[in-house]
Design a protein around this ligand. Sequence first.
Ligand SMILES: *Cc1c(COP(=O)(O)O)cnc(C)c1O
Length: 392
Amino acid sequence: MTKSFYPPLRTLMGPGPSDVSPRVLAAMARPTIGHLDPEFIRMMDEVKQMLQYAFKTDSPLTMPISAPGSAGMEACFVNLVEPGDKVIVCQNGVFGGRMKENVERFGGIAIMVEDEWGKPVDPAKVESAFAANSDVKILAFVHAETSTGVLSDAKRLCQIARDNDALSIVDAVTSLGGSELDVAGWGIDAVYSGTQKCLSCPPGISPISFSERAVEAIEKRQSKTPSWFLDQKLVMGYWGGGAKRAYHHTAPVNSLYAFHESLVMLEEEGLENAWARHRHHHDALRVGLEAMGIGFLVDEPYRLPQLNSVFVPEGIDEAKVRSQLLANYNLEIGAGLGALAGKVWRIGLMGSACNKQNVLLCLSALENTLSGMGADIAKGQALPAAEAFYAE
Ligand SMILES: *Cc1c(COP(=O)(O)O)cnc(C)c1O
């Protein structure tokens, strides 16, 4: 007979999922009720309000999609891109490549603006792309590139889109709750995120928001949105102000309890405080790693606090280090992707995982493991350096 599954207790310091708060797990285990139950609808109204707070927008078309971040990405592109539309897509890592795929699958023309992996999107290149192409409908870019640990200047890029009468689609999967994000203030037209990065929640839900300009563009579509499930016109009836809630699909009730709880926690902490916490523990981790002699891939001003890409010491088998961290410390960190595979690790400090205990665990586990393999690192320096930082 097959037995019940009990996962091991891990500390998740990779690119996501990150540690889930026990409060969120407890919320998820509460009794399932009907998705049209008045109490459930009341809870969903609170989810919408708290999500507007998290995104910093008052747009009524702000809601969770019942699927992971990739579905939020698809929801933005499938609703806004029509056959023949020109979309400037910025690529400086894995996720920009997926945006290109989305544009092309929905019949759009992707105009690529490429930057090296580990560098932010260059606004000057985006301006040149607008100058070289007329009638660009959309600018799409990743705010926080989880594949490299780079933060791009979303405010500036959205301003360039506005100056050129284009809409913006922004991937905020890893930035929401971890780095400053101001959807209305920066004039973002379509934004999507995920629950498993900086929101201390399990994967499976994708919060999205559309501006008034985006809603107008959706309403003016010439062709029918090619996805039924993600067609926002059908969902607007459910989510629009005062609309009667009718059956669209069965909402993942318990996952939404979890999401509600994670948003309650974010409100309690305060958005700005959550951003500051990510920066604070990133600084402690950085001080410790640098004391050990481990350097960062990304230049200081563009580093994401919640995703640290750091160089693997010379001659070290990075995969062996990760499997030892998992086996001996129940600690998960991420591998490098693409051209960075084998060269960097990606250490996440996201949501609930972003705390002092995890920073110290990671530094000591990494130092022990690396010195056991004979790596050329400074020993006995990392923990005191991080402790001194925390004591300041
Ligand atoms: C994780 C991630 C996604 C995809 O989210 P899923 O929930 O895995 O579908 C998209 N963009 C970025 C920047 C991410 O980090």
